[in-house]
Design a protein. Structure first.
Ligand code: F6R
Length: 240
């Protein structure tokens, strides 16, 4: 696991965007694993700028997002599908049919999970997975628990995550309590993983990535078993 500590969020977003750009240069038909949330927004803005400047091309890219609230309609402005369209897909030359977000309207979430993992495998696996991290150490919505789940599945959000995400809703009661998320193995099968974290409130979660323990109480610690992970964080997150 390598760590790149950047001066601030802007620099962190620059570094992350450079890695994605390099990936698309090396393999124009890359399979990208994408995250929502506040953290990757700066990186997405830079990727949009690079695409508009003709520096990177998304025309052959396929993408799979980590997670989606459940149940939620795709056109709800709180859905992760909506977020991705607004923050990236509508502004770059990606074919929207090549973008997949777990279906928050699936009548059978178990079937949705199976078909999601099968689609990732059929596409050849994720080349580059972008992750954020919860302040409780969750990746995707794999929340701290005694057991973690391997494949894409429906899950309950923890109270901590509901509170953290309530900043984006009118009230905490509006925050969905469930999600469909890629599982731990769905994530760990990716060829390369870049985890982004900024701000003091991620310090404790990220600190646990830098020792030599693995624990289901911080799911992100399982990234230590992966041969190709880069953490990009800002000084505030690193120093606490
Ligand atoms: C989002 C996701 C989550 C977030 C995490 C951090 O698709 O899977 O794990 O990455 O909750 O969210 P922010 O970036 O809003 O702090």
């Amino acid at each position: 696991m390598r760590i790149i500590v950047c001066k601030d969020y802007e620099k962190m977003s620059d570094e992350a965007a450079k890695i994605v750009a390099a990936q698309l240069t090396l393999k124009p038909d890359s399979i990208l694993g994408l995250a929502t949330g506040s953290t990757p927004i700066g990186m997405y803005q830079r990727l949009i700028d690079m695409n508009k400047a003709g520096e990177i091309d998304f025309s052959k890219v396929k993408s799979f997002n980590l997670d989606e609230y459940y149940p939620i309609k795709a056109d709800n402005n709180q859905s992760y599908r909506y977020f991705m369209n607004e923050n990236l897909f509508n502004h770059v030359n990606i074919d929207i049919n090549n973008t997949r977000v777990p279906n928050g309207e699936a009548s059978d979430p178990v079937e949705e999970g199976k078909s999601y993992d099968a689609a990732i495998d059929a596409a050849g696996g994720i080349d580059l997975q972008i992750l954020g991290i919860g302040r409780n150490g969750h990746i995707g919505f794999n929340e701290p628990d005694e057991n973690l789940i391997m494949g894409t599945h429906r899950t309950m959000l923890t109270q901590d995550t509901i509170e953290a995400n309530s900043r984006l809703f009118n009230s905490i009661d509006e925050v969905p309590t469930q999600a469909i998320t890629m599982g731990m193995v769905s994530i760990l099968k990716s060829k390369m993983i870049v985890l982004l974290a900024n701000g003091k409130n991620k310090h404790e979660a990220v600190k646990k990535l830098l020792d030599d323990t693995i624990t289901t109480s911080n799911p992100a610690t399982f990234l230590k078993t992966h041969p190709n992970v880069v953490i990009i964080c800002d000084e505030e997150c690193y120093n606490g």
